[in-house]
Unconditional design. Structure first.
Length: 270
């Protein structure tokens, strides 16, 4: 499973907020190197503490159960804005790669700000499988099959958010299958988009996820009236803060979601 395998998700778009600060990244990395400092996730958690979170969320155990008993954790903290978590094989092949940031999250037309963990990059891959032999079975954006550990990753992110004291986490799924895999704990902030997303799933419930995602990203899906459909990503969020949960996912949200889902039907191109 390759999720968010590019951090350049249309940064030229007017709606894209680029929160990288390269000068801070460079300075922080130089300081950590010259002072031989132990990297700490978000300048707070040591590698041992992060490993404890991985074990508590059952992520590290799930990776080991997939055939990597020697899987090990590595942290690469370039700055407060760029925290990278790797789970690697003994010979340093990447099994899981997470790039996380803490960002001030603000709803449109709302003055309140909420501290959130932003999942900027997520990659899992089963490097033991020769991808050339199963190329037709890969999702868009994958070089190797995934490890089937997204539930554990989600639990890890939510646990980390609790430890950090943030209000939750959000991501921007680049592909349809990414959104499906996250949808157990995440929802689109926009109820119209969440409704369309659920209508897609409902319209093609007899297709498997890989087939449907391929059809969508090959532009072979149309609205029931014949208009072309194009996948448009948006923010998906999971909340630890009950106040924020009620603020976003209120009665109005679910009413608009249902209206959107009921209004849209999709077909495959003939």
């Amino acid at each position: 499973m390759s999720i968010f395998t590019s951090t350049d998700k249309k940064k030229d778009s007017a709606n894209w907020l680029d929160i990288d600060d390269l000068s801070l990244v460079d300075v922080s990395k130089d300081l950590n190197t010259s002072l031989n400092m132990e990297p700490k996730l978000f300048n707070k958690f040591s590698a041992d503490e992060v490993l404890g979170f991985l074990e508590e969320s059952k992520l590290i155990n799930a990776v080991k159960a997939r055939g990597y008993p020697d899987a090990r954790l590595h942290l690469d903290v370039l700055s407060d804005y760029d925290n990278r978590i790797y789970i690697r094989t003994k010979d340093q092949k990447i099994l899981v790669h997470l790039r996380l940031k803490v960002s001030e999250f603000q709803l449109r037309e709302d003055e309140e700000h909420f501290s959130m963990i932003y999942i900027d990059w997520l990659l899992t891959q089963n490097v033991k499988i020769n991808s050339k032999k199963i190329r037709k079975e890969l999702y868009f954006g994958q070089d190797f099959p995934g490890l089937n550990v997204l539930n554990e990753i989600t639990e890890f992110i939510r646990l980390l958010s609790n430890k950090m004291g943030t209000s939750g986490a959000f991501n921007v799924p680049e592909y349809f299958h990414d959104a499906v895999l996250f949808s157990r704990k995440f929802r689109f902030i926009d109820p119209e988009k969440e409704g369309i997303f659920r209508a897609l799933v409902h319209s093609f419930r007899r297709l498997n996820l890989r087939q449907l995602s391929s059809f969508i990203h090959q532009n072979n899906v149309i609205y029931a009236n014949g208009d072309p459909y194009t996948w448009k990503y948006g923010e998906m969020i999971t909340c630890n803060d009950p106040y924020l949960e009620k603020k976003i996912f209120n009665e109005s949200y679910f009413k608009r979601l249902k209206e959107s889902k009921d209004r849209h039907r999709f077909l495959l191109k003939k």
